[in-house]
Design a protein around this ligand. Structure first.
Ligand code: SAH
Ligand code: SF4
Ligand code: F3S
Length: 440
């Protein structure tokens, strides 16, 4: 029996593509292994959102060289976002001539054919499609066991934020047919999954390209009826298209969780405009106000970037002030990194590294203080926790997520795994909440 390793870099969308790549390999008789030394296929599903993501791939490929020498039959493949960039496939071939297979984000479904070709012809395959084709339905996915399943609702992104590489490597927006999504969810419920996370780079754009238009609120409405699935989450929504009607829909639907991940990127309207985000500080703050008015218990998280070209002390202060004003439950913080081919990479006024470093440190410090305070505010509250299993924090402890997406740890029997437990929060930590199971 042949064996494979898939190493995934990047976002949930890539993680889910890897589940599909794995599904196709398993359908071909391959089995997953941990042992690079013995694997018949090592596939790197790559990310290029920042240089750090690419550097990880370069060093992983460098380390594979000696293994390829001792096991020349091993197929090494590189796929995903990185080779989809102009000129990158050629660069990879030149730097790592022992790579056998390179393909992009638009021809994932061809992996089995590529492998057959390499085995028959014994020569490298390099195939990148410049444009996406129709969405291919029905590909098998080898999902990791658990309660939570990722479901892609749309591919690509049309936003072209000036710093971002994603639209260039993932193509234009394409929405899946609602019926295909419903069907997939029914299958997931049959397989025992309790929670789905709907994936798209900007889920608010869902449906704009469908023959029979249905918007994201309409899709949520349709999916909320799915029997067997208890929770619905989504990633990522864009503040520009998020509106009060969608907030009301989310407030009304029982399965859609009260967690809003709304990447703000910057608190300065001037920088937001240069980023081409399509909203300003006031719009963002008014959205937060509406969320809190309709759903007082909602958790709000975000992505923030520091050091975008031209960001001065005043712009950064505006970001810090916005963080203080909104009081995010948590945030993912990033240092701006110029991506070749994006408009921002060519902007003058790139911010020096020392300033970026100082700003990210200040921002993380502030966010940690606020995250801790927000967690403390939950002490004494009751939370519905979908129990995922035994916690590695200590013996006899279980863990799961609250509807607001916070990790909750409490003492209980492991037979509770997969069920919803009611837990009183007794103590806040920065990264999780501690609680006591309420006996039913
Ligand atoms: N589609 C999502 C984001 C996907 S990328 C959205 O629009 O919110 C995830 C995060 O990476 C972004 O929110 C942004 O904060 C960060 N990011 C994207 N490009 C970057 C770059 N060039 N340098 C640093 N961070 C970047
Ligand atoms: Fe990138 Fe902007 Fe699209 Fe998000 S919305 S993927 S940040 S271009
Ligand atoms: Fe990275 Fe591609 Fe996702 S660039 S963040 S893996 S869409």
């Amino acid at each position: 029996m042949k064996s494979y390793i898939i190493k995934t870099f990047g976002c949930q969308m890539n993680e889910h593509d890897s589940e599909i790549l794995a599904g196709m390999l398993e359908a071909k008789g391959y089995r997953s292994t941990e042992d690079t030394g013995k694997a018949d296929l090592v596939l790197l599903n790559t990310c290029c959102i920042r240089a750090t993501a690419e550097n990880k791939v370069f060093s992983y490929l460098g380390r594979l060289k000696s293994q390829k020498l001792s096991n020349p039959a091993m197929i090494i493949g590189v796929c995903g976002c990185m080779p989809q960039q102009e000129g990158m496939a050629a660069k990879l071939r030149q730097l790592f001539p022992y790579v056998d297979l390179i393909f992009g984000t638009h021809n994932v479904q061809q992996l089995p054919i590529f492998i057959d070709r390499i085995l028959a012809e014994r020569k490298p395959v390099l195939e990148i499609l410049a444009e996406p084709d129709e969405i291919v339905e029905g590909l098998p996915a080898a999902r990791k066991e658990g309660l939570r399943a990722w479901v892609t609702i749309m591919h690509g992104c049309n936003n072209y934020c000036t710093y971002c590489i994603v639209p260039y490597v993932r193509g234009r927006e394409r929405s899946r047919e609602p019926d295909d999504i419903v069907k997939e969810m029914a299958g997931l419920a049959r397989d025992g999954f309790k929670e789905v996370v709907l994936l798209g780079q900007n889920v608010n754009s869902y449906g704009k390209d469908l023959k029979n238009p249905l918007d994201f609120a309409g899709l949520l409405e349709k999916l909320d009826g799915a029997s067997g699935i208890e929770r619905i989450r989504y990633m990522t929504s864009h503040p520009r298209d998020f509106n009060e009607e969608l907030i009301r829909t989310i407030a009304r639907l029982g399965k859609v969780c009260e967690h809003f991940h709304l990447p703000v990127q910057s608190g300065s309207s001037r920088i937001l405009e240069k980023m081409h985000r399509g909203y300003n500080r006031e719009h963002y703050l008014s959205l937060v106000e509406k969320i809190r008015r309709h759903i007082p218990e909602a958790t709000i998280t975000t992505d923030i970037m520091v050091g975008f070209p031209g960001e001065d002390d005043g712009d950064f202060r505006a970001t810090m002030d916005l963080v203080r004003e909104v009081r995010f439950d948590s945030s993912y913080t990033f240092v701006y990194n110029a991506r070749p081919g994006t408009p921002a990479a060519g902007m003058t006024e790139q911010v020096p590294d020392e300033i970026k470093k100082q700003r990210i440190q200040d921002l993380i410090k502030l966010q940690n203080t606020i995250s801790m305070e927000k967690n403390e505010e939950e002490e004494g509250s009751q939370q519905e926790v979908l129990v995922e299993g035994e916690s590695n924090i200590g013996p006899g402890l279980l863990y799961g997520k609250s509807r607001g997406n916070k990790t909750v740890v409490f003492a209980g029997d492991k037979t509770l795994t997969g069920s919803t437990a009611h837990v009183t929060i007794t103590r806040a930590h920065l990264a999780y909440l501690e609680g006591l199971l309420i006996k039913q």
